[in-house]
Write a new protein. Structure first.
Length: 175
């Protein structure tokens, strides 16, 4: 009698197994399709953004001169900065990755980086400048542009080479 009682449970479990496997496969296919769709949307948005920046530079007043200046420079990475900002009402932080476009070739950048002291001096000057900023001032596009100009001036003074542009690849303010 105990065998007869166990039979319906076993057959009920075996009947649910294809349903469970089917649901798992359906969820996997749905998740993969959703990921594929989001990746395509993200790629399309990135393409639109790149196309938009190109138009803005070419139509901007003096954009051609600035674009040509940026093309002739060489990139010098200063790595990540994490600093306390000068806000009195609350403790706020800035995390940014700064890169300089310097008027010169790759040999000049290699020479500067091998000397190490100029890079440390530039990092120190940028660190001092960043830590003296207030979050409200640098949170706006105008504030970021002013900060870029100030970094370019300080870096040029320390490196004794023209800094054509300052690029932020990350810029996060913790409020």
């Amino acid at each position: 009698m105990s065998k007869a009682a166990k039979s319906p449970d076993v057959s009920a479990r075996q009947g649910k197994l294809p349903l469970i496997v089917g649901l798992v496969v359906l969820l996997g296919v749905g998740g993969g399709g959703g990921y594929w769709w989001l990746a395509r949307q993200k790629a399309a948005a990135a393409t639109e953004t790149e196309a938009g920046h190109g138009e803005a530079v070419s139509h901007a007043e003096g954009g051609k001169a600035e674009g040509a200046a940026a093309e002739r420079g060489t990139l010098m990475a200063l790595d990540v900065f994490t600093v306390n900002l000068a806000d009195a009402e609350a403790q706020r932080f800035l995390r940014t990755n700064v890169q300089l476009v310097i008027d010169g070739d790759q040999a000049l950048i290699k020479e500067i980086e091998e000397a190490k002291l100029p890079v440390v001096r530039v990092r120190s000057a940028v660190l001092d400048l960043l830590s003296s900023q207030k979050s409200a001032d640098i949170a706006t596009p105008e504030g970021k542009d002013a900060l870029k100009k100030a970094i370019a001036q300080k870096a040029a003074r320390v490196l004794h080479h023209e800094v054509l542009d300052v690029l932020f690849s990350d810029f996060v303010i913790q409020f």
